[in-house]
Design a protein around this ligand. Structure first.
Ligand SMILES: NC(=O)c1ccc[n+]([C@@H]2O[C@H](COP(=O)([O-])OP(=O)(O)OC[C@H]3O[C@@H](n4cnc5c(N)ncnc54)[C@H](OP(=O)(O)O)[C@@H]3O)[C@@H](O)[C@H]2O)c1
Length: 161
């Protein structure tokens, strides 16, 4: 959402009541509370729908898109991040133009608790695991928390001995 605003889009954020103020503070021009209203029934057509949590039923997607509009979700394979992408994001964060939303921070010892919390499906933003630089797989852990339990299982199996 923050990137869309930076690129000049008019943005509607969809979230539950508890997150309305947060989403507004991140720059949404309009906020729709999904516990009260289905945004696809508003009659508004969007050029891009980014369904971060892949919750919009298939039949509802097209009726909220413009003729050339595009539906995207974090579940789709929408390309890999490049080093340039990450440097770009880092620079935006350093310039204060991108505000990371950190919900909770857990230590390595609390990794099980962290996964349990993420698995509730109601975290607000990101959950961070802090690991000391002497622990090898810190990059893997950051990727792992927040991905689906199925993906995690496969990943852990392949990478941990
Ligand atoms: N985080 C990662 O590193 C990562 C990496 C790759 C892929 N993914 C995938 O990306 C997707 C999103 O992951 P995530 O990390 O953002 O966390 P998530 O746990 O899937 O999403 C949690 C958030 O979704 C909101 N939400 C739930 N139902 C909603 C609805 N119908 N409409 C709008 N918001 C709704 C929740 O808000 P309420 O509590 O208010 O309902 C909560 O803020 C997942 O499918 C995940 O597998 C994540």
């Amino acid at each position: 959402m923050q990137l869309a605003k930076l690129f000049g889009a008019e943005v509607t954020g969809v979230c539950s009541t508890a997150n309305v103020e947060l989403v507004k503070s991140l720059g949404a021009d309009t906020v729709v509370d999904y516990t009260h209203e289905d945004f696809t029934e508003r009659g508004t057509r969007y050029d891009v729908i980014f369904d971060a949590v892949a919750k919009i039923p298939k039949p509802n997607r097209n009726k909220a898109l413009t003729a050339q509009g595009r539906y995207m979700s974090a579940h789709d394979n929408i390309g890999r991040e490049t080093v340039e992408d990450l440097v770009f994001l880092k620079e935006l964060a350093e310039a204060g133009q991108l505000k990371p939303v950190i919900d909770r921070t857990y230590s390595w010892e609390q990794i099980v608790e962290a996964h349990r919390y993420v698995d509730t499906g109601h975290k607000r933003g990101n959950v961070v695991i802090t690991v000391s630089h002497t622990n090898k797989p810190d990059k893997a852990l950051l990727w792992t928390v927040g991905s689906s339990p199925e993906k995690r299982k496969g990943f852990m199996k392949g990478s941990w001995t």
